[in-house]
Design a protein around this ligand. Sequence first.
Ligand code: NDP
Ligand code: GUE
Ligand code: MG
Length: 285
Amino acid sequence: MTKLIDGKQVANDLKVQIASSVKKLIALGITPGIAVILVGEDPASQIYVRNKQRAAEQLGIDSELINLPTTTSEAKLLAKIDQLNANPAIDAILVQAPLPAHINEERVQSAIAPEKDVDGFHPQNVGALYNNAKSYYPQANTPRGIMTLLAEYMPDLVGKKALVIGRSILVGRPMMAMLNNADATVTLAHRHTQDLDQLIATADLIVVAVGEPHFLKMSAAKADAVVIDVGINRLEDGSLVGDVLDDMPDSAQLLTPVPGGVGPMTIAMLMQTTIELARQHSTFE
Ligand SMILES: NC(=O)C1=CN([C@@H]2O[C@H](COP(=O)(O)OP(=O)(O)OC[C@H]3O[C@@H](n4cnc5c(N)ncnc54)[C@H](OP(=O)(O)O)[C@@H]3O)[C@@H](O)[C@H]2O)C=CC1
Ligand SMILES: Nc1nc(=O)c2c([nH]1)NC[C@@H]1CN(c3ccc(C(=O)N[C@@H](CCC(=O)O)C(=O)O)cc3)C=[N+]21
Ligand SMILES: [Mg+2]
């Protein structure tokens, strides 16, 4: 079998460390707090938001869920964000994507105070990532979780050919920047990319964040490729699959499974970023 990267295990190890950091912070009088805003009643989003809350609870992080109706105006959402920006108990603000079509996501993400921007979406934090700034700033949690997995499973990224497929603000673009900052040679592919098969066949590392079941077959990648499957696709029978099909038994390739790969790392990194923001907000550090 293709060797699987155990994201769940790495995430659980990380959570043990986070829980102990939270205990230390609480002893200093600092309780980290995250607010999650969900607009609407999308069942998948409700599950994700609940998972995030459960993780916060387990680790001793305060969490507040703000569930607004689908019809909420952009002005009302912006007013809620202002209120959270001004609330000293809240260190991290997450607005669950996607938002209803009548709301401008860019305006909403820019309204979150950069020092509470747990997703790393604010233009100031995006700019810091692109500049590889040395000062602290929050970074997108899914690619950050992937970098943590790679530290364990592909420690030498310098000069390697990395192919990122998909260019969302949530995954592909920050992934490109983080791999670039780690001195990999990065190609960012998308819908209009020509000769994608050729890029896939030669890449040392492939990160797939497309959202299409079986978009990439392991047999199309190099015999020793590392493949990170970000996709989360719910099939009609209720099962969950990624974007990658493992048709390469007995290969020396490495692959993240779905579920149990990138998803749990995203949640753990979200909590890690929350406590980092809480530390930044305290006067003790
Ligand atoms: N595990 C986790 O923690 C997370 C998982 N996800 C999952 O990852 C997947 C991607 O999410 P997200 O990044 O938000 O995706 P988006 O839907 O925002 O973007 C998809 C990207 O894939 C590209 N794409 C689509 N079709 C093709 C194609 N045929 N060839 C090449 N590129 C293509 C698009 O290109 P173009 O820009 O040209 O349109 C786009 O850049 C989803 O399944 C999502 O559920 C997302 C976040 C976290
Ligand atoms: N502002 C914002 N920030 C996000 O980080 C964000 C978002 N919006 N919108 C949606 C995507 C998606 N996302 C996931 C997180 C965890 C799992 C996860 O825990 N997955 C489990 C399985 C979950 C299941 O069983 O459904 C796994 O892969 O093992 C999946 C997807 C975060 N996102
Ligand atoms: Mg606090």
